[in-house]
Design a protein around this ligand. Structure first.
Ligand code: CU1
Length: 146
């Protein structure tokens, strides 16, 4: 039964991705996102990021966010975000390289944010990643725009 529910959940998340205007990610206490790549449509007016933290640890210990930036800037964005600190959700305030970012959440929490779809260009190279200190290496994925 658990397996069936899991399959249904997978199928449902597949459907959610089909509209391609939302980025649905889960993050956990093992410092991982549940996906390594996500695809959105270049025709979206608005793109929504939904993050679920399925773990139990608090934000101070295992907080996660989702930040989107061009591939050629994401490491610098994460570096500056780390310096900005938890109170700033590990994102440098007003950073023009940040296309979108959620707040940092701890285990059991969820967060969402939306941004204009025209901030992403079809075929562009983008990353989604977590800017909590030390998480970048484990928590980076490819954002594909088609
Ligand atoms: Cu993280």
């Amino acid at each position: 039964m658990r397996t069936v529910l899991f399959m249904l959940a997978l199928a449902a998340s597949g459907l959610a991705q089909a509209d391609s205007c939302s980025i649905n990610l889960k993050a956990d206490d093992a410092m991982k996102f549940d996906q390594r790549a996500v695809t959105v449509s270049s025709t979206c007016k608005t793109i929504t990021i939904n993050l679920v933290h399925t773990g139990k640890l608090p934000a101070q210990a295992m907080g996660h966010n989702v930040v989107i930036a061009a591939t050629n800037t994401y490491q610098a964005v994460a570096q500056d975000g780390m310096s900005a600190g938890l109170a700033a959700n590990y994102v440098k305030p007003g950073d023009p390289r940040v296309i979108a970012s959620t707040k940092i959440i701890g285990g059991g929490e969820t967060t969402s944010t939306s941004f204009a779809g025209d901030k992403l260009k079809s075929g562009g190279a983008y990353k989604f990643f977590c800017t909590a200190p030390g998480h970048l290496g484990m928590m980076t994925g490819q954002l594909v725009v088609k």
